[in-house]
Design a protein around this ligand. Sequence first.
Ligand code: FAD
Length: 511
Amino acid sequence: MRGTVTLLSLATSGLAFQFPFKVPFLHTDSAAASSSPRVAVIGAGAGGSSAAFWVSKAKQRHGLDIEVDVYEAGSYVGGRSTVVYPYNDPDKYAAVELGGSIFVDANRNMHRAAQEFNLSITDFKGEDGTMGIWDGEKVRFQTTGYGWLDMIKGGLRYGIPSPKRTDTIVSEMVSKFRTLYTPDSPRWDTIESLSEAFGWTELTSTTVNDYLLSHGVLSRTWIDEVIEGATRVNYGQDSTAIHALEGLVSMAAQGASGIVGGNYQIFEQFIEHSNATLFLDTPVTEISKKGSRWSVRTADGSKDYTSVILAAPFHSSGITVEDSIASQIPEQPYLHLHVTLLSTSSPGLNPTYIGYKAGQNTPNFLLTTSANVRTGGKTPEFNSVSYHGKISDSEWVVKIFSKEKISDEWLNDMFLGKVGWVLRKEWDAYPELPPTTTFPPVKLAEGLYYVNAFEPFISTMETETIAARNIVDLMLNEQHNVGICAKTLSESEERQQVAQQDDSFVLGWDC
Ligand SMILES: Cc1cc2nc3c(=O)[nH]c(=O)nc-3n(C[C@H](O)[C@H](O)[C@H](O)COP(=O)(O)OP(=O)(O)OC[C@H]3O[C@@H](n4cnc5c(N)ncnc54)[C@H](O)[C@@H]3O)c2cc1C
């Protein structure tokens, strides 16, 4: 989960670690007749890399003989989590996140992975910040950077009850979320059943705006500005459009962290520790049934598998499957996001652009609201603009999220003609998340599973690792009669006892 504090997230350009090899392995259909269980994972982002890792955990624990191949269309591990370097110069500059930037305290797989793989975590505490809310015409609210003063300013504008009530609602959601790491975690074969088990059906079937208004958050200004600022920076969607579960996830920013050098390193380590065979630059073009096995086709040929785990958004994967499978996966529009990273020697935004007097200090982190648009006003030309610290004595790196391309002219105007390096990237970043009670199937057919079914429910790096854990557990149970952890009921009871005595217990890691 990210949060309002994406003001904290870093930004840059540069390629993630690239595996130096592409194993020239692929056999034709006839050569792939080995009878040992084989799993294909398609996609090496958070979902696919962790799926391979979870299978390897089960293999170690139960001595299973399962071969895992991971197919990745791109040239790097990490998918929507990758970094770049200012001026494309990794020797001189630190990595800046281009995609998934932040995880939070409640994200225990990401934290645990960082710890196990000896990766350093930054909590962004060194980054100073003032935050403003831009409505396309004026800055509606700005913090000062002084905690006590901002409490008073915030209290005067939004009152005390609405922020407090929001905090309670978010904490209740996070507290349920945390059960996903305990032995009592639900196992699910549909997202609907998980949603019901958590009592979250109302959350996914209502916009966050309506949910909060009907649950005691009565300040419209608070919802319009702070809640919407968070949903727009995190998901590019308004509070009147996004479902309440994802809206609350946007507000759950406690302990925002990232991996020094890039979050993608967690996913690389998942693959490395899994001992799976990784095929980079190898897009899968077709998955088809072949007797009791699945045939996975790439440009190099095809290979048969006992099970296939699809860990990429299906509709943009370019994979052909038979109609009876494709028709089960509802069309899922993704939000097309423009990320503009730049360096500037201007310590702040152009004050006159945002309606301030020349020379006046501007916010380091400008969130946006569509409140103005709802009353016929101007649309903000970006979702967020955030300063991410210095890259040299007199140069800062800035990240802009927007729905449309940000022109050079605009950058020059906003940064007072002091723009250095610029990098633009377009992503299909996250699903559009309107209220719903139905989700794509987790299991598409016997032995064929879909990790990204989770994304229209919650779309984050962490939740993709949780979705993958659940699917691997389901697959192992169905195909091999074991789970990631327990083999027998008594083992499972033993785990529960261990977990009850140990706060640091994380399901799947500690069993
Ligand atoms: C700008 C931006 C900011 C974000 N900020 C955050 C954040 O702060 N915190 C957070 O938790 N999340 C954030 N997210 C979301 C987060 O990045 C995603 O939810 C998460 O990374 C998705 O992981 P995934 O493995 O499911 O999918 P992906 O990362 O998309 O991985 C899927 C992989 O499958 C590969 N693939 C696709 N088709 C094929 C094929 N046919 N054959 C083989 N491989 C294929 C792709 O190349 C890709 O590598 C952000 C995303 C973006 C774009």
